[in-house]
Write a new protein. Structure first.
Length: 172
């Protein structure tokens, strides 16, 4: 009986060791295969997402260029001489342009999006501040005050544009 137990152990122990080694080998192999598949899938997703991200940066660059006050004033002429109507028209134009590009935020980093929103809000505040100026009594005067402000200071969107350019370099 003792002899049979020794024989049983002589066959069982090598089989058990082989089974354990095979288990760990296949577990590592499966883990490596899953990691490889995940890497390839992410690589393909990045390849497909990169053009969309670049397009989002392009669209937001265009938005920021369009809300530069000097360019905005050239593009959007006053409909009447009322300064409040013109202020509303300018702000509505900025908001409409922004809403048109609202979906682009999913392709941008949250920092970049925050800077773009801040540039938009600062531009609107600049227009409102110019409208409240004592010098402003007509729509054309409002245009002059805003243009004078732009000659003295940098447009709010220029900071956001610089940030976008910097962020694009990290993508490459």
């Amino acid at each position: 009986m003792e002899q049979q137990l020794v024989e049983l152990l002589m066959y069982s122990i090598p089989a058990l060791i082989t089974g354990i080694i095979a288990y760990f080998f296949f577990r590592e192999h499966i883990k490596n295969e899953n990691n490889r598949r995940l890497f390839l899938m992410q690589k393909d997703l990045k390849k497909e997402a990169l053009p969309m991200r670049l397009q989002a940066y392009e669209r937001m660059t265009l938005f920021l260029e369009r809300i530069v006050p000097s360019k905005l004033l050239i593009r959007v002429a006053p409909l009447s001489s009322d300064k409040n109507d013109y202020e509303k028209l300018l702000i509505d134009n900025i908001e409409q342009e922004f809403e048109h590009n609202l979906s682009q935020q999913i392709y941008l980093t949250s920092d970049c999006w925050s800077i773009i929103v801040a540039a938009k809000n600062t531009t609107i505040q600049l227009i409102r501040k110019a409208n409240m100026s004592e010098k402003t009594d007509t729509a054309n005067k409002l245009r002059e005050v805003i243009l004078t402000e732009m000659m003295e200071n940098q447009a709010p969107s220029s900071t956001a544009l610089a940030y976008i350019k910097e962020e694009i370099t990290t993508i490459w």
